[in-house]
Design a protein around this ligand. Structure first.
Ligand SMILES: [Zn+2]
Length: 120
């Protein structure tokens, strides 16, 4: 919300600058113009930053992961959750021991580290 106020103030400053210029107060107009531009650049920058943050948060939402384990050799693999997955569900044969089936041992939500790295 603060960003919108700054943006409004910068527009006011620019309007005052135009007004001062019309009145012949060129130095005042110059100051107001600079202030207006700085405020506007700042607010636009912050707006873009916050929008990018929202976008990256959408991309990095936690995804469901499924852990598959072989009961015989204990080899583990992790893949993305697929519809119909449930714990102890039997899957295809193990790559190392073809006569044994692999089972799902865990389903969990993966929280990515990047999500915690945001400054605000
Ligand atoms: Zn195995």
């Amino acid at each position: 919300m603060i960003v919108l106020i700054v943006l409004a103030l910068s527009l006011v400053a620019l309007a005052l600058a135009v007004n001062a210029f019309i009145l012949g107060e060129e130095i005042v107009a110059g100051y107001l113009l600079v202030i207006g531009f700085i405020a506007m650049t700042l607010s636009v920058y912050v707006l873009l930053q916050s929008r990018r943050r929202v976008m990256s948060m959408k991309i990095e939402k936690p995804s469901m992961m499924t852990t598959i384990e072989c009961r015989k050799c204990g080899s583990k693999s992790v893949r993305e959750f697929q519809r119909g997955d449930y714990v102890f569900k039997e899957l295809g044969p193990c790559q190392k021991c073809p006569d044994d089936k692999m089972i799902i041992t865990a389903i969990y939500k993966e929280v990515k580290e990047k999500e915690k790295a945001f400054p605000f």
